[in-house]
Write a protein that binds this ligand. Structure first.
Ligand code: HEC
Ligand code: HEC
Length: 357
């Protein structure tokens, strides 16, 4: 009997211990967050070592809008990627700490999670997790020393609980900072433009929009010209995620582009003057246009493509003189307007959390 009781007691103790460990564990494990794929999109590629979690996204959101990440605590990621401007800054070239002028224009971050290829206009970063380390350290952007930043975050009481919840039992590190920023950015999905609603059969294009659609997609209707746009700005992302020279600068030898773009990274002269094909989703919100913001108005962009652009040996053959009439260009523009998703501008989850009073 005595023996039986000891056994029972032992079992109960073991069960209680198990329950205790389970409850500790379940309290600590971050809650998985499934990214939903809009109709027509291909599922996001999420790295195995950085699954999206509710806690990771919340931490990333806090970090994204916090100027603590820059050397003099004046600039946050959100200063140059403003949610109300589709995560751009409305400037040709961005301004970093101490009003230092950058070399390129800030791209929209909407749908950036679907870019499974390299990041930046010249593709110099392999992933979102790696990308964040660039602006943090760039002397023209946030000018930060990663070691100092790590210390600053560790000693900041606003971050201890957030990092613990997102990355339990780990120290506050730059690596986890970048992971959280990547998780937040993967939630910046925009797929509710008029174009999307027409695709889903909920709305219809006007005659002008429909004609612009035909021109954009080379749908081959009689009497409607083809503008070749969709070879590069392919739906649903309105980019094929590739690099191309769309004829902005002439270069007789391929060696005299003002900015070599992709070639500066690959060191292959045939890549000089090539840049990442940017998405055209929300394009009417992200002016000025091109990697250096050289075109202020969308009409300049259309005139550029209509002319066929400047000469260089590696200009893509799909950039050619188009002979679009004024009406064709107006219709093309009407179509580009349908790519604006105004719900992305008002999505409260894309803005900083309201501060507690
Ligand atoms: C000073 C302005 C500025 C700040 C601050 C800034 N960015 Fe950027 N961001 C840019 C510019 C400019 C580019 C394009 C640079 C290039 O391609 O050479 C860019 C590119 C990117 C890209 C690549 C987008 C693409 O389409 O390839 C991502 C992602 C990004 N930034 C996220 C962030 C995050 C996260 C932070 C904060 C850690 C941040 N940015 C801070 C201006 C800024
Ligand atoms: C050969 C591929 C290609 C074709 C064809 C093409 N584009 Fe582009 N487009 C690009 C590239 C690459 C860029 C970025 C170039 C740069 O900044 O150096 C770009 C930039 C743009 C931009 C500015 C985007 C921004 O965020 O600044 C707009 C708008 C645009 N294209 C519209 C069009 C339209 C409309 C057509 C059809 C008339 C078209 N494109 C045809 C490759 C192409």
């Amino acid at each position: 009997m005595q023996q039986y009781r000891t056994k029972l007691g032992l079992c109960a103790t073991v069960a209680m211990l198990l329950l205790f460990f389970w409850s500790c564990n379940s309290r600590k494990t971050p809650t998985p967050y499934a990214i939903s794929t809009p109709p027509g999109f291909v599922d996001m590629v999420i790295p195995a070592d950085n699954p999206t979690t509710v806690e990771g996204i919340a931490l990333g959101r806090q970090l994204f809008f916090d100027p603590i990440l820059s050397l003099d605590s004046t600039i946050s990621c959100g200063s140059c990627h403003r949610p109300e401007l589709a995560f751009t800054d409305g400037m040709a070239l961005s301004l970093g700490i101490r009003r230092r002028r950058g070399k390129r224009s800030a791209p929209s971050l909407l749908n950036i999670g679907f870019n499974y290829k390299e990041m930046f206009w010249d593709g110099r970063s392999p992933s979102l997790e790696d990308q964040a380390l660039h602006p943090l350290q760039d002397p023209l952007e946030m000018g930060e020393d990663l070691g100092l930043l790590e210390e600053r975050l560790r000693s900041n009481i606003n971050y201890q609980a957030g990092f613990q919840a997102a990355f339990p039992d780990q120290e506050i590190t730059i690596e986890n900072t970048a992971k959280a920023l990547a998780q937040f950015q993967r939630t910046l999905i925009s797929a509710d433009s008029k174009y999307d609603r027409v695709e889903r059969g909920e709305e219809e294009f006007t005659t002008s929009e429909k004609r612009g659609w035909t021109i954009f997609f080379d749908a081959g209707y009689p009497d409607v010209p083809m503008a070749e746009c969709n070879h590069c700005h392919m739906d649903p992302l309105f980019t094929n995620l590739d690099f191309a020279n769309n004829g902005l600068d002439s270069s007789a030898t391929l060696l005299d582009f003002p900015d070599p773009g992709l070639g500066g990274i690959t060191k292959n002269k045939y890549d000089n003057g090539k840049f990442r094909v940017p998405t055209l989703r929300n394009i009417m919100l992200t002016d000025p246009f091109m990697h250096d913001g050289r075109m202020r108005k969308i009409e300049e962009v259309l005139a550029h493509y209509n002319s066929g652009g400047a000469y260089a040996e590696n200009v893509d053959p799909n950039v050619r003189t188009l002979h679009l009439s004024d009406e064709d260009q107006a219709d093309l523009l009407a179509f580009l307007h349908t790519l604006t998703d105004s719900t992305a501008l008002t999505n409260p989850n894309f803005y900083p959390l309201p501060t507690k009073k």
